[in-house]
Design a protein around this ligand. Structure first.
Ligand code: ZN
Length: 493
């Protein structure tokens, strides 16, 4: 008997606009696809929040006993500078500016992405496929869509015919847009484009002579459109119909709308049962943007090296802070809010550390069954982590009462309480209780000093790959380097 058999889980579905009772297509199994990053720059905090939401959801499914196949792709080709199929490929542009190979760009930022997610204690997805690894599958889908008459070829490029599709399907059903408004609000084509209508989107683009990322196809040497890769990879690994498709709110239109159109034409059925979208985040009430200086990079938390932060914060505190907001709410970062989360997180971990030392008695002054139900009800109500955390603090209050001999707990109930707290805090929320280092402080600091010296030498030799690696790997084990006027110092989190 698995836990999920006793739980009624409701998930907000962007497609229906309400919380629906979740029933997977195959009992006990869940297929979940989440749009991954385009690896042309360091991962930004908004992405971290989106992926953290789906990490928490993945963890809860696993906790309930589901077998989950979680597919999160890496976009390493086809994502142009703007969503209107214009501009350069983001990765090719970065490669040109840096005078390196596109695959070097891909490698560098894929490694950065993984390092950052590891630091925040993410579970790896079950499959992490790349767009460039699935060119053949994408070409096959284009052939099918052409055969069915929903795409047209012009000058070596192939476009999806949105108006034709909308005659028999509903383009805009996910994002709530209707085609008349889209036509009305889209600027006219500037004569540069081959598209028949501005709403149409590229399935295949012919590469310009200077475009370095190109593959042969029946239409031209070129590259696939951005929306197509997710249809190809989700169909390949999860089937023509699967349970959950997730991503950031900004992907709802046009990206996810286009995915639905492609899949409905090529597979003849609606691809996804539940569409989930995580909300954005702000900093001090304002949109984060590099251009205005109102931004924090994920690594800035660990060094404290930002005008927006008074000190470093551990990854687990940042994680706790993010999960104190519901994934569909806008989350606002501020130094004060982080300081409050740090206090809360410390209080929670202190109580957990007391659990095994608590005295046991003959009675229990806490309704553990009722409390457990409240925890599950919170998560079953569209993954309401803020309510779950509030429930965890009811347990903290009780633990502290027992510690102060103001309440009593039996041995069995304490075991039950302890197992449930551990499951929700570590398995589901993915928080970490980082113990103080057991090594003698001198030995540790001598070792770190050696690494700091090696890093300084690497930097002097302009071997920034090595110096960054030393910094990131130390960070992954909870040691933060901080560069200052008087050299490099370190702190442990
Ligand atoms: Zn996608």
């Amino acid at each position: 008997m698995q836990l999920y058999q006793n739980q009624e889980l409701k998930i907000y579905n962007s497609l229906t606009g309400k919380k629906d009772i979740f029933n997977p297509i195959n009992e006990g199994h869940i297929g979940m696809y989440v749009c991954g990053p385009t690896v042309y720059s360091n991962v930004h905090l908004g992405n971290v929040r989106t992926f953290m939401s789906f990490d928490m959801i993945f963890r809860y499914f696993k906790h309930l006993g589901y077998k989950v196949r979680y597919v999160r792709n890496i976009t390493d080709a086809g994502h142009l500078e703007n969503d209107a199929d214009e501009g350069e490929d983001r990765i090719a542009k970065k490669a040109r500016l840096e005078q390196i190979e596109p695959m070097e760009v891909v490698q560098m930022y894929t490694v950065d992405f993984h390092n950052t997610l590891n630091a925040f204690n993410f579970l790896p997805p079950s499959i992490e496929p790349t767009a460039t690894g699935h060119i053949i599958e994408q070409i096959e889908i284009i052939k099918t869509i052409l055969d069915k008459g929903f795409a047209y070829e012009i000058n070596g490029s192939v476009y999806f015919d949105v108006l034709k599709y909308n005659e028999t399907h509903n383009y805009g059903k996910l994002s709530g847009r209707n085609i008349e408004d889209l036509i009305h609000n889209t600027r006219a084509l500037d004569g540069q484009s081959d598209k028949k209508n501005p709403q149409d989107f590229a399935l295949w683009k012919k590469a310009e002579p200077q475009h370095i990322m190109r593959w042969p196809s029946p239409w031209s040497d070129g590259f696939p459109g951005w929306h197509l890769e997710c249809t190809a990879m989700s169909t390949k690994y999860l089937g023509e119909q699967f349970d959950i498709h997730g991503g950031g709110m900004d992907l709802k239109f046009p990206h996810h709308e286009c995915e639905i159109a492609q899949a409905e034409v090529s597979n003849g059925k609606s691809p996804v049962n539940v569409w989930m979208h995580a909300n954005m985040l702000t900093l001090n009430g304002q949109k984060m943007a590099k251009s205005t200086g109102n931004y924090i990079l994920p690594n800035d938390f660990f060094t404290g090296d930002s005008k927006h932060l008074s000190k470093p914060f551990s990854a687990s505190v940042v994680r706790f802070f993010m999960l104190q907001a519901h994934y569909r709410s806008i989350l606002d970062f501020s130094n004060d809010a982080l300081l409050a989360s740090e206090k809360g997180s410390n209080k929670l971990m202190e109580a957990i550390n007391y659990l095994e030392k608590l005295p046991v008695g003959n009675t229990t002054d806490f309704d553990i069954e009722d409390w457990k139900n409240n925890c599950y009800n919170a998560m079953n109500d569209d993954f309401n982590t803020p309510i779950l955390i509030a429930e965890l603090f009811s347990a903290v209050k009780f633990i502290n009462q027992v510690k102060d001999n103001k309440a009593s707990v039996t041995k069995e109930d304490l075991e039950d309480l302890s197992a449930t707290v551990h499951a929700f805090v570590f398995d589901v929320l993915g928080l970490q209780n980082i113990e103080p280092c057991n090594e003698s402080p001198d030995k540790l600091s001598d070792t770190v000093e050696v690494l700091i010296k090696l890093r300084a030498e690497a930097r002097a030799n302009k071997d920034f790959a090595l110096s960054d690696k030393i910094r990131d790997e130390l960070l992954a084990v909870g040691i933060q380097l901080k560069d200052g006027k008087d050299g490099t110092s370190f702190s442990t989190n």
